[in-house]
Design a protein around this ligand. Structure first.
Ligand code: BG6
Length: 628
């Protein structure tokens, strides 16, 4: 165990000591990042007693603010953005009294002299003078000029420990990332550069290392002999919102895959590091990325699917605009908002086993999950890391159904963060700031990792920029993405494991107020079912009472005279009335396209609900009042 991590009690997973004294300089302090993430994270650390007395924040931004205006602005913002159940005025006062500010243009040398003086003044005579963090909370367009000005003002020669913290996007391709590294490395040493990927601040992502290192029973199975494939999915229901200008130059590969998804893949697939020493862990991650087989143009054509969202329906049922209609987006944009990519790892551990990455915006569910599918017969075992919003680890297995006949049924075991830990929900930046103050680089990326990650994605970026998609937009907002993403796995005899979340189930008015434990249990009991276009899923008058959720595709409900009563879209449920009231089906439901459904068998529902008599009564009452 490295001395760097000495402040973390690895047995409890809690930081048990206050961070090292220091000054956090935020360049771009009037921006979104400061108010939404950095300040709430500092406030959380202050509430948990993890910031030292010798701590100060010095903000700098354009405009004409002062320490007074900065403090009052942050006071207003923290009321909106803090993440705790209640607001602790005293702890905020403690932090607010440590906030300082100087206004200045990023290109003005005078501004940096003043910054330097202010930093020296607030730290004078305290231990904070020996530890300076310089946080670039600014657009990458200003990285070069700000760095040069910092160096010219003597920040690279400060006494004691100094770190420059750089936010993503770190370059826009391999060449620009390399150039940015070179320019940083000409002013700072490698161990002074902390490149942030906020996914590494997530507890569930850090838990991937804990899982790998502290659960020996999985170690012998962690290879291509036992694992069939791995799926890493990060999907969002939101579109690009107000970020069209940034996103249209960026796209999903640069925005999500090159960084967040490859970081998660590295943790899951790296060789187990021999220790938690920061460089041992970072060596293992970089080696893993170096083992990724770089796709050629034909591989990209075959193994990579891109998508762009068109108009559709949002998860809340309201209409959604298409990507090309979003503000500040080119109306003919060829930028992908969805990608599904198959990668191969050419090393002894993983030879022959694919990893599938998938991410997109404006889809039917927000969720990040890593699914490890073990080899086996028809129903293989799954190990699922639920990263967010539901946080947990789950194992899916088969169990004998009680009764005289030997019948198997899917069963699962779950470790749920919310049941196990009481920690307040943070922003994810707490651990990043805390470990940065302590000079622990484990959660920050090194030059080799960043360049290796661009090297992996560069062939995809090149191939896609050379051949415009032609069929954009190719998926409707609120759906599960382009059909080709499903085909990508089907051609390998596999399918995406859509992790149903209780949030999805709650979209049905029937389940909106059901108890969490019941929803968690129900979610586990759904099984996948594929139906072809035109197939009837339920017949009017039929007395089967199963409940369905549409994962992919769409179905129509038709009445007695074959008239269309409505459309059931991706993310929606049908069959609640029959399930809850045990009534014959009131409409026929037919697939209008190929559909992937999730089904909850009525029998399973009855068995589960029997353990929740109050919820059962409530649900049946909702159904009865709707049916009346
Ligand atoms: C950011 C991307 O890095 O990650 C955003 O720029 C994306 O487009 C976000 O929405 C997702 O982060 P999270 O923590 O909500 O999964």
């Amino acid at each position: 165990m490295s001395s760097h991590r000495a402040a973390i009690d690895v047995r409890s997973g809690q930081a048990s000591h206050v961070a090292a004294a220091g000054v956090l300089v935020i360049l771009g302090a009037s921006g979104d990042l400061t108010k939404r993430l950095l300040m709430p994270a500092l406030y959380n650390l202050a509430c948990d007693g993890l910031l030292p007395d010798d701590f100060a924040v010095v903000g700098m931004a354009r405009g004409d603010g002062t320490t007074e205006t900065f403090r009052s602005q942050q006071r207003q913002e923290i009321a909106r953005f803090h993440t705790r159940r209640s607001f602790d005025e005293q702890r905020w006062q403690w932090l607010e009294s440590r906030l300082h500010y100087t206004a200045g243009e990023f290109g003005d040398p005078e501004a940096y002299s003043q910054l330097r003086e202010l930093v020296a003044k607030v730290a004078a005579g305290t231990a904070a003078a020996d530890n300076t963090l310089l946080y670039l909370a600014i657009s990458p367009d200003f990285f070069a000029v700000v760095n040069q000005q910092l160096a010219a003002a003597g920040f690279t020669r400060l006494p004691g420990r100094k770190r420059i913290i750089v936010e993503k996007p770190f370059g826009k391709d391999l060449a620009s990332a390399h150039a940015l590294n070179q320019s940083l490395l000409s002013l700072w040493s490698e161990d002074e550069i902390y490149r942030i990927d906020h996914y590494l601040g997530k507890e569930t992502v850090q838990n991937l290392i804990a899982f790998r290192m502290a659960n020996a029973m999985f170690a012998p199975l962690w290879n291509a002999d036992h694992i069939d494939h791995i799926q890493i999915t990060a999907t969002e229901t939101v579109g690009v919102e107000t970020r069209g200008q940034y996103y249209d130059k960026t796209g999903v590969v640069r925005d999500m895959l090159q960084n967040h998804l490859l970081q998660m893949m590295a943790y899951v697939c790296m060789e187990p590091p021999e220790s938690l020493d920061p460089d041992v862990v970072r060596d293992a991650k970089a080696r893993l990325l170096e083992a990724v087989r770089l796709p050629g143009p034909d591989d990209v054509e075959r193994d990579c699917v891109r998508g762009q969202y068109g108009q559709g329906v949002k998860a809340d049922g309201t209409p959604a605009v298409g990507y090309r209609e979003e503000p500040n987006v080119d109306p003919h944009s060829n930028t992908p908002t969805f990608a599904a990519i198959k990668l191969h790892l050419d090393n002894d551990r993983w030879a022959g086993m694919p990893v599938y990455l998938r991410s997109g915006k404006s889809l039917w569910k927000r969720g990040t999950e890593i699914v490890v599918q073990f080899k086996g017969q028809a129903e293989s075992n799954l190990l699922i890391f639920h990263i967010q919003p539901y946080q947990g680890v789950e194992i899916r297995m088969q169990a004998k159904r009680p009764g005289p006949a030997f019948q198997l049924q899917r069963a699962g075991m779950r470790f749920d963060y919310a049941d196990t830990f009481e920690a307040s929900r943070g922003t994810g930046y707490e651990v990043l700031l805390y470990t940065a103050l302590n000079g622990d680089p484990t959660l920050f990326s090194r030059t080799d990792f960043v360049e290796a990650s661009w090297r992996v994605m560069q062939p995809v970026l090149d191939a896609w920029s050379e051949t415009p998609a032609g069929d954009f937009p190719n998926y409707e907002s609120g759906t599960w993405g382009p059909r080709a993403a499903t085909t990508l796995l089907e051609q390998d005899g596999r399918h995406w494991h859509e992790c149903l979340s209780r949030e999805v189930l709650c979209r049905s008015a029937f389940f909106a107020n059901a108890p969490t434990v019941l929803l968690n249990t129900l979610v586990l009991a759904f099984r996948p079912l594929a139906v072809e276009a035109g197939a009837t899923v339920v017949e009017r008058g039929d007395s089967t009472c199963d409940l369905y959720i549409v994962c992919r595709g769409a179905l129509e409900a038709v009445g007695a005279a074959d008239e269309r009563l409505g459309i059931v879209r991706e993310g929606e449920c049908f069959g609640e009335m029959a399930l809850l009231l045990n009534q014959p089906r009131s409409a026929t439901v037919r697939a209008v396209a190929h559909c992937d459904l999730l089904v909850l068998d009525a029998e399973d529902f009855q068995r589960i609900i029997a353990d929740f008599p109050q919820a059962e009564a409530d649900l049946r009452q909702i159904a009865a009042s709707r049916g009346a």
